[in-house]
Design a protein around this ligand. Structure first.
Ligand SMILES: Nc1ncnc2c1ncn2[C@@H]1O[C@H](COP(=O)(O)OP(=O)(O)OP(=O)(O)O)[C@@H](O)[C@H]1O
Length: 294
């Protein structure tokens, strides 16, 4: 199995604080991966390391088995807030991209995409809407025909319709290619429809990673009579538990064998799994820093 992104004990520090720590990751080529986690979890830091914009302070990251800086021609990157040269028109940016990426720049692809989306070629991109600017940034990244496409919260500022259009455009564009995508976002519902791989970061660390289908299959929500800390047959791990006076709800990782029939089993969504793995570590750290009770 070819790995598009591989991180081993990867760490990045700003001053004394680790923005990313002990990060282990193996993203198989051909996947469309969601990178999720709360604000400040380290998502941008990881993407910047993978595109060679910053250097690790510990461990290493490889892209297609090599140092990211030696495969830049194979990586497309859409940075947070799509920072384009705002005085340039989309047509000018496409021409500029062609000059910077002589090896395999697909001008026709970019022009066709933007024409289809009704984006004017002759208007400075600073005067386009946020959604249109995001589409221009995506078209430029795709024109590079990258083997790995990294996107840092590309849809955060878009309205629901523009978000859907952006995600559809992205899926359509990568469907026929071998492109691997790693996309950071807070919008779990949008990711559930489109991504087949998940990386959850929290408080600078990887909390969970794996193929979405396998993760959904491996987890269940169980509802049953109020439980204590006793183990439940067929459960490998209780990831998160909540209780009312009479009833307990557990999000669990399944073990071998059937689940105790005392419990009602429900399938989980991607959102259920992500939220269950995000514990309150951030709140505890912040409370300590502010000197208030957690
Ligand atoms: N240039 C910097 N100097 C100092 N600290 C930084 C710098 N960039 C990021 N950090 C810190 O590193 C940590 C991780 O930041 P990062 O931007 O990677 O998080 P993120 O998951 O992308 O967050 P968000 O969802 O808010 O974009 C945060 O605590 C942040 O304050």
């Amino acid at each position: 199995m070819e790995l598009a992104v591989e991180a081993r004990a990867l760490g990045k520090r700003y001053g004394r604080a680790w923005a990313l720590r002990d990060c282990a990751l193996e993203l198989p080529a051909g996947r469309i991966a969601a990178l999720v986690g709360p604000n400040g979890a380290g998502k941008t830091t990881l993407l910047h390391l993978a595109v060679g914009l910053s250097r690790p302070d510990a461990g290493e990251v490889r892209v297609f088995g090599r140092d990211p800086r030696s495969v830049l021609a194979d990586i497309g990157f859409v940075a947070q807030d799509t920072p384009l040269y705002r005085d340039f028109t989309a047509a000018e940016l496409i021409t500029m991209g062609g000059k910077l990426n002589r090896r395999r720049w697909d001008t026709a692809l970019a022009r066709e995409r933007l024409a289809r989306l009704g984006i004017p070629p002759d208007k400075p991109v600073g005067k386009l809407s946020g959604g249109q600017r995001a589409q221009v940034a995506l078209a430029l990244a795709l024109a590079k025909r990258p083997r790995l496409l990294l996107l840092d919260e590309p849809i955060a500022s878009l309205d629901p319709l523009a978000r859907r259009e952006f995600m559809q455009a992205l899926m359509g564009a990568v469907a026929d290619s071998e492109t691997t995508v790693l996309l950071s976002s807070h919008l779990l519902a949008d990711l559930e429809r489109t991504c087949d791989y998940l990386v959850v970061l929290q408080a600078s660390r990887v909390r969970l990673t794996g193929a979405v289908e396998e993760l959904l299959d491996a987890h269940r929500t169980l509802v049953g009579p109020r439980a204590g800390s006793e183990s439940v047959a067929g459960v490998a791990e209780v990831v998160r538990a909540s209780h009312t006076e009479r009833q307990s709800t557990l999000l669990v990782r399944r073990g071998a064998g059937p689940i105790d029939p005392l419990w009602t089993e429900h399938e989980v969504t991607l959102e259920d799994v992500v939220l269950a793995y995000l514990d309150d570590a951030d709140a505890r750290v912040s409370a300590a820093a502010w000197g208030v009770p957690a």
